[in-house]
Design a protein around this ligand. Structure first.
Ligand SMILES: Cc1ncc(COP(=O)(O)O)c(C=O)c1O
Length: 369
């Protein structure tokens, strides 16, 4: 069998990279997803009626079971909202449902969507620079004390850092003290690398008494490589907020469920565990390969997902324009540091979820001497 190839599938990552280049940018995987998802889609497609479809009646329990079995965490099925749209859309709706509660604080670097969504929502956004602890980032908890709303990726995009339970709990407690909210975007949380012995802190579970002041967002998109079929789920323990979200969704003609999103989510959560275990082993191998080649340039040691946050200058690249230089002179495409905050022009994000032969070739292009 040839190397896994996405030609002809309309992959945005490869379209951005362009002909002849290796795509290491956008956060999806050049690796095949679980066969059970394709089988479920093919099976359902055989019936030619695709009309309005009820929300999977066992869908909430399925999410609770996933948390019980994979994270050893109790999730009340009543908290679960099964959303047939992207995590980005869910966050936008959440910001609208919550309304202004004072400044929105978010770490920097972090996923650029937070800043963008606040701008679109007309909310005051403030970036808090992450602190360092040995080889990795740390959340400077006290600096979030004045926030009405905290938005963060957990685990962290772009670095793959797994935040600590104590950090999350403290953020939730601070939010509770001010009547605020901690929004923990956990779309990378099922990709914590098992060989490192870390446990992902699910915000709602580690928050204790402050749980009502948290929203935990997750999806099967990153984990099972299904981001082209938008879906996500939110754990919202505050019944008032759940109600406001559902009412707002209704206003846009959106409701829980969705034929294809639910099909994909069920196939992934019900059958995808063994596939995910194998994927995580593979990603840990790729991580070590990338670290061996790029080690001194790695800004925070990766612990989850398939992302590496690099200081371009440590690779001998210029502090500005490193992405363009790599694209035109070395035929590799990485994400620009500025996608994760305007101050990060000297950084790059590399996605190492691709066939190992192609990853090796890309690492050679990144370290030519
Ligand atoms: C932390 C984080 N949240 C949200 C998203 C986007 O997810 P979706 O495609 O479901 O909107 C990403 C994608 O990279 C992400 O890293």
């Amino acid at each position: 069998m040839g190397m896994f190839d996405r030609s002809g599938t309309g992959s945005i990552k490869w379209a951005r990279a362009g002909e002849g280049r290796i795509a290491l940018g956008l956060a999806d995987m050049d690796l095949p997803g679980p066969p059970e998802i394709g089988a479920a889609l093919a099976e359902r497609a055989r019936h030619p009626a695709y009309g309005y479809t009820v929300c999977d009646p066992g869908g909430r329990e399925l999410v609770a079971r996933w948390y019980r079995e994979r994270h050893r965490v109790v999730v009340d099925p009543d908290w679960v909202l099964l959303l047939p749209f992207s995590a980005r859309t869910a966050l936008r709706l959440l910001l609208a449902a919550v309304g202004p509660r004072g400044p929105v604080l978010s770490p920097t670097p972090d996923w650029g969507g937070f800043r963008q969504l606040c701008e679109v929502a007309g909310l005051a956004y403030r970036a808090v620079e992450l602190a360092r602890d040995g080889g990795g980032y740390r959340l400077p908890v006290a600096e979030f004390a004045g926030a009405g709303l905290v938005l963060l990726s957990n685990p962290h995009n772009p670095s793959g850092r797994v935040w600590q339970a104590a950090e999350l709990r403290a953020l939730a407690e601070q939010a509770a003290g001010r009547g605020g909210l901690l929004v923990s975007d956990e779309v990378h949380s099922d990709l914590v690398h098992p060989d490192l012995g870390l446990r992902h802190p699910v915000a709602v579970a580690v928050a204790g008494e402050a749980a009502r002041h948290t929203v935990t967002l997750n999806s099967v998109g990153k984990t099972f490589n299904t981001s082209g079929i938008p879906s996500c789920f939110a754990l919202v323990p505050d019944p008032g907020l759940r109600e406001r979200l559902l009412t707002l969704m209704g206003g846009y003609g959106l409701w829980e469920g969705g034929l294809v999103p639910q099909l994909v989510q069920r196939a992934a959560l019900e059958h995808g565990g063994p596939w995910l275990d194998a994927l995580l082993q593979r990603l840990a191998g790729h991580r070590e390969l990338a670290l061996a080649a790029l080690g001194p340039a790695v800004a925070s040691r990766p612990e989850a997902s398939y992302l590496l946050w690099l200081d371009a200058t440590a690779l001998g690249l210029p502090a500005e324009g490193a992405r363009e230089l790599l694209l035109t002179e070395r035929d590799v495409e990485l994400s620009a540091g500025t996608d994760f905050g305007p101050a990060w022009g000297s950084h790059l994000r590399l996605n190492y979820a691709l066939p190992v032969e192609r990853l090796r070739a890309a690492l050679t292009r990144l370290t030519p001497c």
